[in-house]
Design a protein. Structure first.
Length: 187
């Protein structure tokens, strides 16, 4: 997984270029396009075709149907807010990385049983942040986390400093990248 995983919500397919080029300009070559909008599948397909230098995945995948649609569109990784056994099975079969949301020891144990050792920790700010990650790492030293949800410039560095943090997810990457791009074009 890339170090930074921008959580992308594409409302209209036509916004895809603006968002992905802003991310690229800010040095981020990854995008988790979320299944929260009707055009998510098409946006993933468009992104995979037109941005072959980027690692494009699908987020907010909550069932097998969305997972299959995302993979069909070319998604290179799948992220869920929680853990879905059916999504995990499809991803394993297709050999595509799956990052389920896990915040409790039971959920982490379920992920391990499915052969998954990197999980999304979501919503990170609500479920105890770095303190919780450190506590969970004691019984699960083999697990890596992608804290997401409430992560921003004010706390990203403390998460990055912890060696069990594989990557950081967040919508703030998109916001920042677009702001930077607009500043440049205005100035
Ligand atoms: C997600 O689905 O990962 C979250 O909505 C991202 O949370 P954030 O907007 O607080 O970064």
């Amino acid at each position: 997984m890339e170090k930074f995983v921008p959580v992308v919500v594409i409302k209209e397919l036509s916004e895809t270029d603006k968002i992905l080029s802003a991310l690229k300009k800010s040095g981020i070559f990854c995008a988790e396009i979320t299944f929260r909008t009707p055009c998510a599948r098409d946006a993933i397909e468009y992104a995979c075709k037109n941005y072959p230098d980027m690692f494009i995945g699908a987020g907010t995948v909550i069932n097998a149907q969305q997972c299959s649609a995302a993979l069909d569109a070319g998604a290179q990784f799948i992220v869920s807010p929680g853990l879905s056994v059916s999504v995990a099975k499809i991803c394993k079969e297709k050999n595509v990385p799956y990052y389920p949301g896990c915040v409790t020891p039971t959920e982490i144990m379920q992920a391990l049983e499915l052969g998954i050792t990197t999980v999304k920790f979501f919503p990170a700010n609500v479920y105890g942040g770095l303190k919780a990650l450190k506590a969970l790492s004691a019984p699960f030293p083999q697990v890596k986390f992608i804290p997401t949800g409430g992560v921003d410039r004010s706390n990203i560095d403390e998460f990055l400093a912890f060696d069990k943090v594989e990557a950081i997810g967040g919508s703030f990457f998109v916001k920042e990248a677009i702001e930077k791009m607009e500043e440049k074009s205005n100035g």
